[in-house]
Design a protein around this ligand. Structure first.
Ligand code: ATP
Ligand code: MG
Length: 268
């Protein structure tokens, strides 16, 4: 195959290939963690020998007991915490982060919270007003843009936080127990939202949760981290068909819960 074009054109084409994966080619890995380890000070390792490869556009759910190192792992991927061992590859545009607590600016409306993320990207005023409106529509908050965080429900605040994370336009989205504080029904609605947003935006998502059913409902792959040290001890592939069938979701959740209990009992 002959390839022609200026260096800039070729670089642009190369970029496009890494972002859009076609049906015939295996998806490019988006995140690669190799022999990753982390210790704080002279303490025992929190994470050890974590080896994970995540494809562009893949949705991975990360499960593990409290304190096993899930947030530390996300923080390393986000570039906020340096690993003490191993290597990682992340896309050049880095990762956006969404936390359990929406951490919105309380004095700014939903729209302004989203616009701020766009402003930080250097987007001009008119353009960011349009983009913020689109993002709020995407998370079904088109009518609530003028409300401030205290006027929104917990679920709505998390939707604004999702819109704000998407505003950063990073190819990887890290979500750290984003729905842990929500009631079960709101959580189910947000699962549908996240799935729709993921399909629409083709982000690579790493979603941390304590909730096994949530992991199976959302993840194409579920990874289980052990504790002390945290390393990937089991993984399950979840087909699109299984994720949509509540009976199969319940069966697989029971299997994963049993495995998670085993891990937790090692340290009980
Ligand atoms: N900055 C830090 N300094 C020292 N120890 C830390 C630091 N951050 C995390 N740790 C320790 O690392 C371990 C893993 O913490 P981490 O927050 O990653 O766990 P987690 O799996 O996210 O837990 P949870 O499910 O409760 O959120 C804990 O023992 C914690 O005390
Ligand atoms: Mg955590």
């Amino acid at each position: 195959m002959s390839v022609q074009g200026t260096t800039a054109e070729l670089a642009e084409r190369a970029d496009v290939t890494t972002v859009n994966t076609s049906v015939n080619t295996a998806p490019e890995p988006s995140l690669v963690l190799e022999g990753l380890g982390k210790s704080f000070g002279s303490g025992p390792p929190v994470l050890q020998d974590v080896n994970v490869s995540i494809a562009q556009g893949e949705f991975v759910a990360l499960l593990g007991a409290s304190g096993c190192g899930k947030s530390t792992l996300l923080s390393i991927i986000a570039g906020l915490t340096p690993p003490t061992e191993g290597a990682l590859e992340v896309p050049a545009d880095g990762a956006a982060f969404m936390f359990q607590d929406a951490s919105l600016f309380p004095w700014l409306s939903a729209r302004r919270n989203v616009e701020l993320a766009l402003k930080l990207r250097g987007m001009g005023k008119v353009e960011r007003q349009l983009a913020a409106a689109e993002l709020l529509e995407l998370v079904h908050l088109g009518a609530a843009g003028d409300k401030r965080p205290h006027e929104l429900s917990g679920g709505m605040r998390q939707r604004v936080a999702l819109a704000r994370a998407l505003a950063q336009e990073r190819s990887v989205l890290l979500m750290d127990e984003p729905f842990a504080a929500l009631d079960a029904i709101t959580r189910d609605l947000l699962h549908d939202e996240v799935e729709r947003v993921w399909q629409r935006t083709q982000r690579t998502i790493v979603f941390v949760t304590h909730n096994v059913r949530e992991a199976v409902r959302l993840g194409q792959r579920v990874l289980l981290l052990s504790s002390k040290p945290g390393t990937v001890v089991a993984e399950w592939s979840v087909s699109d068909e299984l994720r949509k069938d509540p009976t199969q979701v319940a069966e697989l959740s029971a299997e994963i819960t049993a495995r998670l209990r085993q891990e937790i009992s090692k340290h009980a």
